[in-house]
Write a new protein. Structure first.
Length: 426
């Protein structure tokens, strides 16, 4: 009987020890579970670079569907997510267990991909938070800062005071290109004769940089192309590469060479650059292009050297232009008595006395303000007289009569010139 009693006492003592140990284990268990929760935050494509955590608010760009990944013990087990502050919504996109993440090379820790939304049009940064329910019912939170889209800094036509990549040398030529109003306005004065210029031109691009008033590195920051409105018809604009709101973007302004050379009146355009995600974020620059006030034409009446000569001698007719000639500039000309002249040089000054109209065609050298047409006089029938010098008339029109027949109807003004000469009997 005594033995049985002692055995029961020993059993009770053993049970007491087990209960005590279990109680101690349970006492420590809540404390261990309490440490479960958010440890750090990464972007969804990078599990090693920490961009946030419990000790620092995570900056997130305003707008819908901004994603990031939250890491920590038991975070992947959270059944729900709560949001507060400036957020308008938060959802769980994906869960990754510790073994899953270990296989990804991200360490043996659980994670959860979260998507949050907020008002894209906010104008100032705002506080927010997301919270995850842990297995024991408590919540682990991550503070957020919803970052507003920044205003745009004033763009300019220059970079460090210079046009980039060039100053449009093949368009401007002897004209001018200047920036005014703190480089926010570009003024182009086209050179004389620009409307007739047909030279090849490939230096027709200027880059403009668009940058935020405040730069920022924000998680889940969308990239986009700025929209541009108000550019003139002879300019096209495209963004070199999509950028997010916190980075500098480069806009390429391409000038249509034929379009700009065809201007007959001044073109002034206010060009508006807009963030398409938040259309209240805009900036403007101005472009002004003016054609030359001097149209191409003859700057002075034609002159002849010599003005009087014995038939059989060459004569040089000098033409002066109000602007440098364009490539392929054709001069239509004639002598009133075509049969009294022949070519002085059939290559440089071709002349055909047998045309029904008498019109000749001379291609002037490119980019000159004066040129010479030479003919060789002849003592054919009716060309000279033994009694007195015979007057011959040289006439010239600016343009090609074969293309524009009506130009030869003009007998006055800047596109027409003439001079008299005298042929003497030998």
């Amino acid at each position: 009987m005594i033995g049985i009693t002692e055995t029961c006492r020993g059993a009770n003592a053993s049970r007491a020890k087990v209960v005590t140990a279990a109680a101690l284990a349970l006492a420590f268990l809540p404390a261990a579970r309490a440490r479960a929760g958010v440890e750090y935050v990464t972007s969804t494509g990078d599990c090693t670079t920490h961009i946030g955590g419990p000790s620092a608010a995570l900056p997130v760009r305003a707008g819908p569907g901004r994603q990031f990944e939250v890491w920590g013990n038991s975070v992947d087990l959270a059944p729900t997510i709560k949001f507060g502050g400036a957020l308008t919504g938060a959802t769980i996109v994906a869960r990754h267990s510790g073994p899953d993440n270990a296989s990804r090379g991200c360490g043996f820790v659980g994670s959860m991909v979260v998507s949050v939304s907020s008002n894209v049009a906010i104008t100032a940064n705002a506080a927010a938070s997301v919270s995850f329910q842990m297995p024991l019912g408590d919540f682990s939170s991550q503070a957020l800062t919803v970052v507003a889209f920044p205003a745009l800094a004033q763009p300019t036509w220059t970079t460090n005071g210079s046009l980039q990549p060039s100053n449009l040398p093949c368009i401007v030529k002897t004209g001018s290109i200047t920036t005014i109003n703190q480089d926010t306005k570009l003024v182009i004065q086209l050179p004389p004769g620009a409307s007739q210029d047909q030279t090849t031109c490939t230096s027709n691009v200027i880059n403009v940089h668009v940058q935020p008033a405040t730069a920022s590195q924000i998680v889940s920051d969308p990239t986009f192309n700025y929209t541009v409105a108000g550019a003139p018809a002879f300019v096209t604009v495209h963004q070199v590469a999509p950028e997010n709101a916190g980075h500098l973007a480069t806009l390429s302004f391409t000038f249509n060479v034929a379009g700009i050379r065809a201007l007959t009146t001044t073109s002034t355009s206010t060009i508006t650059i807009t963030n398409p995600i938040v259309t209240a974020r805009t900036a403007t620059i101005t472009l002004q292009v003016s054609p030359s006030t001097v149209a191409q034409g003859f700057a002075a009446p034609a002159s002849a050297i010599p003005s009087s000569t014995t038939a059989g001698n060459p004569i040089d007719f000098t033409l002066k232009f109000s602007a440098p000639t364009r490539s392929g500039q054709v001069i239509t000309w004639r002598m009133t008595q075509a049969g009294c002249f022949v070519s002085a040089d059939s290559t440089q000054w071709p002349y055909d006395p047998h045309t029904s109209t008498g019109f000749q065609y001379f291609r002037a050298p490119t980019n000159v303000t004066s040129t010479v047409i030479r003919v060789l006089s002849q003592n054919n029938s009716g060309c000279t007289s033994k009694l007195a010098p015979t007057t011959q008339i040289f006439e010239a029109w600016l343009g090609d009569q074969r293309v524009s027949p009506n130009i030869v109807n003009v007998t006055s003004g800047p596109t027409y010139t003439r001079v008299n000469i005298s042929l003497l009997f030998p």
